[in-house]
Design a protein around this ligand. Structure first.
Ligand code: ZN
Length: 192
């Protein structure tokens, strides 16, 4: 029973046990002999000292770390690199905007000549963080599930759709190139 508590996710007010089992430690509160969690986090049990603690799950805001999967909006595209406005990190929406950088050498297993063939402003891109040693995290889109997941026409701004292997504007029929994620939505034939 007590062992089960170790490592589980708890919320404030959740009953952890009674004082006969263990003493209330950091992140818990005792009311009339019952120990409750006082914060959201992970319960930890010290079996030697018979103390239960809850380590807060909330803390510093979500920031991209090496290995994080991110979703972002392409903000600026230069010849060899793109600036990505990161909006989601590991499935969590970021509270503050965070900028990442995608260099052309990390964009594709094939060598694209210009960044404009990888992505264009306003596209939505899925990437992985590979380096956070500098102020701006470096991203990669090398990987089948990585790359552009939504693309917009550079001529008229409407959505581009994939038809076979051709990426074409749904409105002006302009054909463009991108480094697409494997699951980029393919146009489905609508019977007329
Ligand atoms: Zn168009």
């Amino acid at each position: 029973m007590i062992k089960k508590l170790d490592g589980i996710f708890v919320v404030p007010g959740e009953k952890l046990g009674v004082v006969e089992e263990f003493d209330p430690g950091r992140g818990t509160v005792e009311v009339d002999g019952i120990v409750y969690s006082s914060q959201t986090g992970t319960a930890a049990l010290d079996p030697k000292r018979h103390v239960v603690t809850v380590k807060a799950a909330t803390g510093p805001p979500v920031v991209p770390e090496e290995g994080s999967s991110i979703t972002g909006i392409v903000e600026k595209v230069q010849e060899k690199m793109a600036i990505i406005n990161i909006v989601v990190v590991d499935g969590k929406k970021m509270e503050l905007p965070f900028t990442g950088m995608l260099h052309i050498s990390n964009s594709s297993p094939r060598f694209e000549r210009v960044m404009g063939e990888v992505c264009k402003p306003n596209d939505i891109i899925r990437a992985k963080v590979i380096d956070t040693s500098q102020r701006i995290p470096k991203l990669t889109t090398i990987g089948r599930e990585l790359g552009v997941i939504k693309a917009y026409c550079s001529r008229c701004g409407n959505e581009l759709v994939l038809s076979g292997r051709i990426l074409r504007c749904s409105v002006c029929r302009n054909v463009e190139r991108r480094r697409l994620a494997e699951d980029f939505e393919t146009e489905t034939e609508v019977p007329s």
